[in-house]
Ligand binder design. Structure first.
Ligand code: DAH
Length: 338
């Protein structure tokens, strides 16, 4: 019987060595120590032995079972420890690996210019006003003193929706809308989209303009010059030279265009400025009395000035962009640079 016990013990310890899962370990536990184990069988066979022998063997069996139990508990701890180590290995992060690139959006260059101009003129007390892109012919042309025969009214130059309604070709109708709703003195600015049927390197069917209007009892030509110079220098930098050049617009009298020094050649003359050293940047003038009248304002009492700036042009000059169409193609590689 002694031998039998030793053999069973050896057999179980050998099996234990190969166990790597808790399920398998449980099977061994049941087989070695359960009610139907070989030890239980041996204990049953012992009824035939004498008292002393039975005592001796019983003691031996119990000691062996205790030893096996300890080994099984030990094995269980080891297996659990290994499972934990495996999991930590699996879930660990190598913080020295390069990170995943996160793509983030940025403001469109036109939007940046819009925000910048808004911020500059807000500081100067201008009211920011929005108006419709679908506009009445009455406001887009008639009230602005644009003759019925003016070429800009042609179907080749204006998108007509009906005979009386167009996609606005300029932000200037906002002058009329604002005058009809506000009593002078006031200064307002309006930024937005305008539409004309053109498409080439320097024209897109939709583009952006800023309209400015200041009206009061004693708004002089000197105020007009000083104010515009201030705004334009805030946009382009104090060092940039600017100049006024006489021009004609139906809605202003007298009218002027403003040029800024060419940023590419610093006024020396180059391909971009067609060797003149200057780039045209805005249209402006003292508001034509007929336009004040159309806006319900008495031209004998009030006067004012107005200006219109092309936003794409400003943005191109600021950032040195040479193809207008780049703004509208939404090429990520272009937009990412801003
Ligand atoms: N509306 C003109 C255009 O689209 C720009 C302009 C010129 C606006 C003179 C003005 C102005 O307010 O006084 O070409």
């Amino acid at each position: 019987m002694e031998d039998k016990i030793t053999k069973i013990e050896e057999q179980i310890l050998k099996e234990l060595k190969n166990v790597i899962s808790l399920d398998k370990l449980n099977e061994v536990r049941v087989k070695a120590l359960g009610k139907k184990s070989e030890f239980s069988m041996l204990l049953k066979e012992m009824v035939n032995l004498s008292g002393d022998e039975r005592k001796e063997l019983g003691k031996r069996i119990n000691e062996t079972k205790n030893l096996i139990k300890d080994r099984i508990d030990e094995a269980a701890l080891n297996i659990k420890e290994n499972i934990k180590k495996e999991r930590i290995k699996r879930e660990s992060i190598d913080i020295s690996l390069p990170g995943k690139k996160q793509n983030h959006g940025s403001l469109h260059p036109i939007t940046k210019t819009v925000l910048e101009i808004k911020s500059i003129v807000s500081e100067m007390g201008f009211d920011i006003s929005d108006g419709p892109e679908v506009e009445l012919v009455k406001y887009n042309f008639d009230a602005l003193n644009i003759p019925k025969t003016h070429p800009s009214r042609e179907k080749t130059d204006t998108f007509y929706i009906t005979d009386e309604v167009v996609l606005r070709t300029q932000t200037s109708p906002m002058q009329i809308r604002y005058m009809l709703e506000h009593k002078p003195p006031f200064r307002m600015i309006s930024l937005g989209k305008v539409y004309r049927p053109d498409y080439d390197v320097s024209h897109t069917p939709m583009f952006h303009q800023v309209e400015g209007l200041m009206v009061g009892e004693d708004v002089s030509f000197a105020n007009f010059k000083a104010m515009l110079e201030l705004i334009v220098k805030r946009i382009f930098g104090q060092e940039r030279k600017v100049r006024f050049r006489p021009h004609f617009f139906p809605f202003t009298e007298p009218s002027a265009e403003m040029d800024v020094e060419c940023g590419v050649c610093k006024g020396k003359g180059c391909r971009v400025c067609k060797n003149s050293g200057w780039l045209e940047i805005l249209g402006s003038g003292m508001v034509n009395p007929k336009v004040l009248e159309a806006g319900g304002i008495d031209p004998k009492k009030y006067q004012g000035f107005a200006f219109g700036i092309g936003l794409e042009r400003v943005t191109m000059l600021k950032y040195g962009i040479d193809d207008l169409r780049a703004f509208f193609e939404n090429d990520i590689r272009f937009l990412e640079q801003f």
